[in-house]
Design a protein around this ligand. Structure first.
Ligand code: KIV
Ligand code: ZN
Length: 503
């Protein structure tokens, strides 16, 4: 069995996708979950990109002792110094250096000759190695680079001390066969390649990122770079959960294994989705709401007779909550803790008190509380962290033909404020009232509402994206069986994040 390292770049490449930005506490929280998931390497960010990126990489380096923590760096001393400063306190630090090697990138972007690129690789990998024992080198746009030249680049990187050679399909152009041939070619031609890890990093522009990555594993790659839910630049990166479950489910074929705790997969995807407010598409493989659902009668009949007729994986193996044991208003804290623990959530006593109080409120409104309801409560508990403002109460008047009005009462730093506003709808009126009472110039960029479970008493989860006058965006989420309340809660949650970030 070949052991494949999982290099997670959700916090770097993933965070580059529109709408997926995260603040520092959110990044640390996700990094901790990635550690629980069992990834080998967390690419925590691109430390030189901004002071906030630097701080996030530094905080993650301190927070996750059991993973290697990497920072990305261009092939310059300034980038390498900053990357090293950010990761040096990690238990296992790594600097990940990249330089483009395709003719088009060298000519138009870098304006460097092949000779200059080769010297730069030797010099900068050696410089980084003098600081950090673990160096990864990526030849950006490797899949469109001249093979002979690419071989020279990687040979230089190994000679200068790189322990991992990453082969990116930066623009998602390659086919599985081409990627597999490229890995085979590099294994035959790069000097010293047998001493290092061969990594792949595939983008999904043609929908082939996962297939390309798996083809590389077959050809001898020992590390795969990927992201939770497949987020990333443009069409995204190879999806972590698809790669891991393909290797596990088809171990007979790939003869490879990872160190991933697969029962943490679903939870990780949901956490990312709740932090970014980007929903998981229903048909997404492994973690989508329909991934294990059987609609057609023929399929249902088959599954009832023998699950393996139509199921190649068990939903519990990826940690999807089984809605078998339901709780209700008479359930106590002990039962709640047991249920949460069976779903992989271990809460501290303080967290438990808060979630239990929310559980009791919800139990007054809903007859039965399912695993999905509980999951929403726990995820909401985490996003409710920043609490400069708390919603006290609201009354809306909505209808057709008359102006919609809303009166909202909020407690800010212990003081109760209230305001009435007119708007084009009940939410517009409510958000205007909140802006006015807090004296804030906040713009609503997007709004979405999803039912967490089925049925008429389903919890509605609202997600708002707001931006301040500098254009910085914040994601807020809110939960309630009343959709207006969940929307106002989401708005207040977003405002709290804004206040915290700008304090
Ligand atoms: O897609 C890419 O080439 C990258 C590199 C920086 C590894 O993200
Ligand atoms: Zn990339």
């Amino acid at each position: 069995m070949n052991r494949i390292k999982i290099f997670d770049t959700t916090l770097r490449d993933g965070e580059q996708s529109p709408g997926c930005s995260m603040n520092l506490p959110e990044k640390v929280e996700l990094a901790r979950q990635l550690e629980k998931l069992g990834v080998d390497v967390i690419e925590a960010g691109f430390a030189i990109a901004s002071p906030m990126d630097f701080k996030s990489v530094q905080a993650i380096a301190a927070a996750v002792p059991n993973c290697t923590v990497a920072s990305l760096a261009r092939c310059t001393k300034g980038d390498i110094d900053t990357a090293w400063d950010a990761v040096k306190e990690a238990c296992h630090p790594r600097i990940h250096i990249f330089l483009a090697t395709s003719d088009i990138h060298m000519e138009y972007k870098l304006r460097m000759t092949r000779e200059q690129v080769l010297s730069c690789i030797s010099e900068m990998v050696a410089y980084a190695k003098s600081k950090c024992a673990d160096i990864e080198f990526s030849a950006e746009d490797a899949s469109r680079s001249d093979r002979t030249f690419l071989t020279q680049c990687y040979s230089r990187a190994v000679a200068a001390g790189a322990g991992t050679l990453n082969v990116p399909d930066t623009v998602g152009y390659s086919t599985p066969q081409e990627m597999s041939q490229l890995i085979a070619y590099l294994r035959q031609n790069v000097a010293g390649i047998e001493q290092v890890d061969i990594s792949v990093h595939c983008h999904n522009d043609l929908g082939m990122a996962v297939a390309n990555s798996l083809a590389c594993v077959q050809a001898g790659a020992t590390q795969v770079e990927c992201t939770v839910n497949g987020i990333g630049e443009r069409a995204g990166n190879a999806s972590l959960e698809e790669i891991v479950m393909a290797l596990k489910t088809r171990q007979d074929f790939y003869r490879a294994e990872t160190g991933i705790q697969t029962r943490q997969i679903y939870r990780t995807g949901k956490l990312l989705s709740s932090i970014t407010g980007v929903p998981i598409p229903p048909s997404k493989a492994i973690v989508g709401a329909n991934a294990f659902a059987h609609e057609s009668g023929i399929h249902q009949h088959g599954v009832l007779a023998n699950a393996q007729t139509y199921e190649i994986m068990k939903s519990e193996d990826v940690g999807i909550p089984q809605n078998t044991m339901v709780l209700g208003k008479h359930s106590g804290k002990h039962a709640l803790r047991e249920k949460l623990s069976s779903m992989g959530y271990e809460l501290s006593d303080v967290e438990m008190d808060d979630v239990f109080a929310r559980f009791k409120d919800l139990a007054d409104l809903k007859k039965t509380i399912t695993g999905s309801d509980l999951e929403a409560l726990v995820l909401h508990h985490r996003s409710a962290g920043a609490t400069a403002c708390q919603l006290v109460s609201h009354v809306v008047n909505a209808g057709d033909g008359l102006p919609n009005t809303s009166c909202v009462k909020v407690r800010r730093d212990g003081k109760v404020l209230q305001e009435v506003a007119i708007g084009s709808g009940p939410l517009d009126a409510s958000f205007k009232a909140i802006n006015r009472m807090l004296g804030m110039d906040v713009k609503l960029d997007s709004f979405s509402l999803n039912a967490v479970t089925d049925g008429e008493d389903a919890i509605g989860e609202a997600v708002v994206k707001i931006s301040d006058s500098s254009g910085e965006t914040y994601t807020g989420t809110g939960l309630s069986t009343d959709i207006i309340e969940s929307s106002i809660r989401a708005y207040v949650n977003g405002i709290n994040k804004l206040i915290e970030a700008t304090a």
